[in-house]
Design a protein around this ligand. Structure first.
Ligand SMILES: Nc1nc2c(c(=O)[nH]1)N[C@H]1C(S)=C(S)[C@@H](COP(=O)(O)OP(=O)(O)OC[C@H]3O[C@@H](n4cnc5c(=O)[nH]c(N)nc54)[C@H](O)[C@@H]3O)O[C@H]1N2
Ligand SMILES: Nc1nc2c(c(=O)[nH]1)N[C@H]1C(S)=C(S)[C@@H](COP(=O)(O)OP(=O)(O)OC[C@H]3O[C@@H](n4cnc5c(=O)[nH]c(N)nc54)[C@H](O)[C@@H]3O)O[C@H]1N2
Ligand code: SF4
Ligand SMILES: [Mo]
Length: 611
């Protein structure tokens, strides 16, 4: 019998700036191929390495396809009835006994679908319950840009074609922003010079006309030095070339998200914002200082009041210690969805203790992650190929709809379906009775008559009609003074390393995975740590070492790379704690100077021989 081969379009909902259009080829009900949509102006027909291989994950036999309940150290399958009845009864009892603040809801970057906000809203209506404050991903930079400009948006991506210089300040295109690559290359072909500032030498450096490799966190000093050249030309020979590179015609600054995950991360972004402002690059074509594209800006989610009504917010970077310490009331029930806090948040072992010591922890995921393993009940969720949602992007201005290209396995539910079931059991049935399309139309109401209705999006991606190509053309800023709020005092960042622990641990995104979303086969043996050979004189390339910080240690395989600095240790983020590969077990839970981001890359470590 001939098999039926069809193609369906959807969107990638992963935590990534690109929000790609995907074309799925489906053969006899099974997805056999994923490609980038050639009609999407940013996707340009290709997907990144990790998502072009997503079928390995979609059809991984270890995917969870039924609710599970912990019995001792094992899990047993249970029915949805059993799982949801138990959860609903506990939620109602805890709310009555201790108040809704004794329930905590946590969601991170498993999916960027805008309608996941409806699931958050369920917990607002049921409670409001305890939530999180700050943002481990972008918080410090968000705070900086809001302080400086009163808003946070970016120039249109294709405005880079007007730039004479493009500065990638702490931004690794080959890994984290692959769809910026063809645009940057095209800009180079039109004559733009490309500059990268990054303490780690990545492949992206090879693409650049100038690569500057400062001390980690040394960016403020570098930016101030460049700024000084603008005022006292000629006084600093070595920096002059850099400043000149930045001053020949319009320069676009693209600030990466990595750099601000440091103690002084917010101040650093403020100094770079100031550099853009004093060099006259704000409000002009080919200029701008772009950090975040407001991916939610087109959507009306005003049905939820979020933090405004939450009885308590625990800082996301302090997740583990804050939950363990919370007392008034204690966190008795914890709901975790689209997140793997054990692997991804600092102080993994403290996070693990916080999760397993609640009266009830529910994790919604498709896999038994480090966090799910410690839950009492695990609920199976849909994947990106089964998703039904809307997306904006934080790396460009296009909106896109995700549609299931295949149905979910029989027993699996989407987050919204799970919430609907829970709503039925907790007296909120009517508020969560609408189908997904109704919610889609609701959140699109501000843009529906501007060419971005649901019907428009069904025909293909649409640029957010509410945002222009350039920012602050009239030099008016929504700050209290109407002017750019230049940073006034900058504390030079002290180097956190000591003689005892002379290296800084930087566990960064890798092309091979999204966060902790690895196949089990990729989590075998010790994790790799890349160092300059002179940073590890007593060790051998390929040999084992113990990597130790103030809060933890782990065994690693060393790989020498003489292009790196002598004060960094480079690892992959997202290693599993259960496989002994989790760098975050070494990272202390701390807040950045502003914005409630996590200090991921300021962890002093040392290498010790394996006993
Ligand atoms: N050391 C170090 N740590 C870091 C970072 C770093 O650079 N270095 N980066 C930080 C950053 S920027 C971020 S954003 C965080 C990310 O932290 P997380 O968002 O917690 O990271 P993921 O590992 O991607 O976990 C997401 C989980 O959601 C699940 N999931 C996917 N789709 C769905 C869905 O539709 N529904 C549900 N319920 N689950 C779903 C996935 O299977 C996965 O287990 O990590 C931070 N941690
Ligand atoms: N393949 C892959 N892609 C991803 C992800 C993933 O897990 N895998 N995660 C996604 C997520 S959650 C996000 S938030 C985005 C962004 O993900 P990020 O991983 O934050 O990406 P970048 O913005 O490129 O920022 C990382 C860069 O910042 C640099 N950096 C770190 N500290 C400093 C510093 O002090 N100074 C300077 N100048 N540079 C510094 C790092 O060396 C690195 O090159 O990408 C997403 N893309
Ligand atoms: S993860 Fe990012 S680059 Fe990869 S397919 Fe998804 S949106 Fe595109
Ligand atoms: Mo992120």
């Amino acid at each position: 019998m001939p098999t039926a081969t069809i193609q369906k379009k959807t969107a990638c909902n992963r935590d990534c700036p690109d929000a790609c259009g995907i074309i799925a080829t489906i053969d006899d009900g099974k997805v056999v191929r994923l490609q980038g949509d050639p009609d999407h102006p940013v996707t340009q027909g290709f997907l990144c390495h990790r998502t072009s291989r997503f079928l390995d994950r979609q059809y991984d036999p270890s995917r969870i396809t039924t609710p599970l309940r912990r019995r001792g150290t094992d899990f047993v399958p249970i029915s949805w009835e059993e799982a949801l009845d138990e959860i609903a009864a506990k939620l109602i009892a805890v709310r009555a006994e201790s108040g809704p603040a004794a329930i905590m809801y946590y969601r991170c970057g498993g999916t960027l679908g805008i309608l996941k906000a409806v699931c958050d809203y369920y917990f607002e209506r049921f409670g409001p319950v305890t939530g999180k404050s700050g943002d481990v991903c972008t918080g410090a930079g968000d705070a900086a840009q809001m302080e400086d400009f009163g808003d946070e948006e970016s120039h249109d991506l294709f405005d880079l074609y007007n730039s004479k210089t493009i500065v990638l300040w702490g931004k690794n295109l080959h890994v984290s922003s692959v769809h910026l690559l063809p645009i940057v290359k095209a800009a180079q072909a039109r004559g733009a010079k490309l500059v990268s500032v990054d303490p780690i030498r990545h492949r992206t450096a090879d693409l650049c006309d100038l690569f500057v490799q400062p001390r980690p966190g040394g960016d403020s000093a570098l930016a101030l030095g460049v700024a000084r050249v603008f005022f006292e030309t000629g006084s600093q020979e070595s920096l002059l070339a850099r400043a000149e590179a930045y001053s020949q015609g319009p320069a676009a600054l693209h600030i990466g998200w990595g750099m601000q995950r440091r103690k002084n991360g917010s101040a650093t972004v403020r100094v770079i914002d100031a550099l853009a402002a004093i060099s006259g690059n704000i409000g002009i074509p080919g200029g701008g200082v772009s950090y975040y594209f407001k991916r939610r800006a087109a959507f009306d989610t005003s049905f939820a009041r979020r933090d405004e009504v939450a009885p308590r917010l625990l800082p996301e970077p302090l997740f583990g210690p804050a939950i363990l310490e919370a007392n008034d009331p204690p966190v008795r029930v914890l709901w975790i969805t689209a997140a793997n806090p054990v692997a991804m948040l600092p102080e993994s072992r403290t996070v693990a203790r916080a999760i397993e010591s609640r009266e009830l922890t529910v994790v919604v995921d498709s896999f038994l992650t480090d966090s799910a393993r410690l839950a009492h009940i695990v609920l199976p969720a849909t994947t990106l190929l089964e998703d039904d949602d809307l997306l904006g992007a934080y790396g460009h201005h296009w909106l896109i709809e995700s549609r299931p290209v295949v149905p979910a396995p029989a027993v699996v539910k989407s987050d919204y379906e799970i919430i609907q079931e829970l709503a039925r059991r907790t007296g909120l049935e009517h508020e969560f009775a609408d189908d997904i399309d109704t919610w889609k139309r609701r959140v699109l109401r501000n843009v529906a008559d501007k060419g971005a209705s649901l019907d428009d999006l069904r025909r293909g991606p649409v640029r957010n009609p509410l945002v222009g190509n350039l920012l602050y053309v009239d030099r008016k800023f929504p700050t209290p003074t109407g002017k750019v709020n230049l940073v006034r005092t900058v504390d030079p960042q002290p180097t956190p390393v000591t003689a005892e622990r002379p290296l800084l641990l930087m566990a960064l995104s890798t092309a091979d995975a999204q966060g902790s979303q690895w196949l089990a086969s990729a989590q075998q043996g010790p994790a790799t740590a890349v160092v300059h050979p002179e940073a590890a004189p007593q060790f051998q390339d390929g040999g084992l070492a113990r990597l130790e910080s103030e809060v933890g240690e782990m065994t690693v395989v060393l790989r020498f790379d003489a292009t790196q600095r002598r004060d960094t240790v480079l690892m992959d983020k997202g290693g599993w704690l259960s496989a002994g590969r989790c760098a975050n077990a070494l990272v202390k839970a701390q807040l950045t100077d502003a914005g409630g981001c996590a200090v991921y890359y300021d962890t002093p470590v040392r290498l010790l021989p394996v006993e």
